[in-house]
Design a protein around this ligand. Structure first.
Ligand SMILES: C[S@@+](CC[C@H](N)C(=O)[O-])C[C@H]1O[C@@H](n2cnc3c(N)ncnc32)[C@H](O)[C@@H]1O
Length: 278
């Protein structure tokens, strides 16, 4: 038992500062000049370093699911919730730019992660295309709406605090940012570690969502169905949404699970296809 404890303590300390180590690993590459302005090479190096340390990036197995959506829907603006070290921002920012898009907005709570991501995004040559906004996703989404910078969600990649997936989507709904025939939402980690409340919401009928909405707005995260460490991750004392959350139950979604064959996790892809009145 004691041996086990020591092992996990040393594993934990080995993992501490790994994001900074990643930066050092990449910037000490002998062929740095050939990596500069090459998004795929930066992504490949993050994958390579992930063989030594575990990083919570979308990764090479699930990565193409969202790249395919970018190629198909060609968003002018793509937004992601949860930047971390910038892996998905580089992979998808590059894809949006190649598909003729205008900008990639990445929302990140942790200023240290944001700083590391900024350096890698700059190295990848995406500094003018990808903008990292530092803060809580709900506050930032509301600011983007209030300032008129974002009028509708085209493609949204959700990959941050798991209990906030549903509340942030509902916030976008009540702000009128989710538009039938336009908005597509890709949500990561819905199987591992899992997000039962989110899957239930995006797969629910309008009638069922109306019944829930009739109970009135909420200002709490639903935490049932999550692992304890998932609930306790990231947000610290900020354990409630900043806004009253009601959503728009009248929006009709078509939602499918995209799971790479034999892989433990999946991305839920949800399209807003209509609005049901009456
Ligand atoms: C799974 S990682 C994102 C990985 C990244 N999308 C990728 O594939 O490379 C989750 C990130 O979300 C951030 N985060 C957690 N809660 C957040 C919130 N409420 N608003 C914004 N960012 C948040 C965390 O700090 C962490 O960096």
């Amino acid at each position: 038992m004691a041996g086990k404890q020591n092992q996990s303590t040393s594993a934990r300390s080995r993992e501490q500062g790994k994001e900074q180590k990643l930066l050092e690993f990449i910037f000490s590459q002998p062929d740095l000049d050939s990596i500069r302005n090459n998004p795929q090479k930066v992504v490949d190096l993050i994958d390579k370093f992930s063989e030594t340390y575990s990083f919570m990036t979308v990764g090479p197995e699930k990565g193409p699911i969202v790249t395919d959506l970018i190629t198909k829907y060609r968003p002018q603006t793509m937004i992601e919730l949860g930047c971390y070290v910038g892996y998905s921002a580089i992979l998808y920012g590059d894809a949006v730019r190649r598909a003729g898009g205008k900008r990639y907005l990445s929302l990140e709570l942790n200023p240290e992660f944001a700083e590391i991501a900024r350096k890698l995004i700059e190295l990848a040559g995406l500094g003018d295309f990808v903008t990292i906004l530092v803060g809580r996703s709900d506050v930032l989404l509301n600011q983007l709406y209030e300032s008129g910078q974002v009028k509708e969600i085209e493609l949204l990649f959700i990959d941050h605090y798991k209990p906030a997936y549903t509340t942030d989507l509902k916030l976008c709904e009540q702000l009128g940012l989710i538009v039938p025939g336009v908005s597509v939402i890709a949500a990561d980690n819905v199987i591992y570690p899992g997000n039962p409340p989110y899957l239930e919401y995006v797969r629910s009928s309008v009638e069922k969502k109306r019944q829930e909405a009739a109970k009135g707005p909420v200002r709490t995260y639903v935490t049932e169905g999550f692992l304890e460490r998932t609930v306790n991750a990231y947000m610290g004392d900020e354990s409630a949404p900043k806004f009253e959350i009601l959503g728009n139950p009248n929006l009709v979604y078509e939602s499918v699970l995209r799971q790479p064959e034999g892989y433990k996790d999946a991305i839920e892809v949800t399209r807003c296809v209509g609005v049901q009145e009456g």
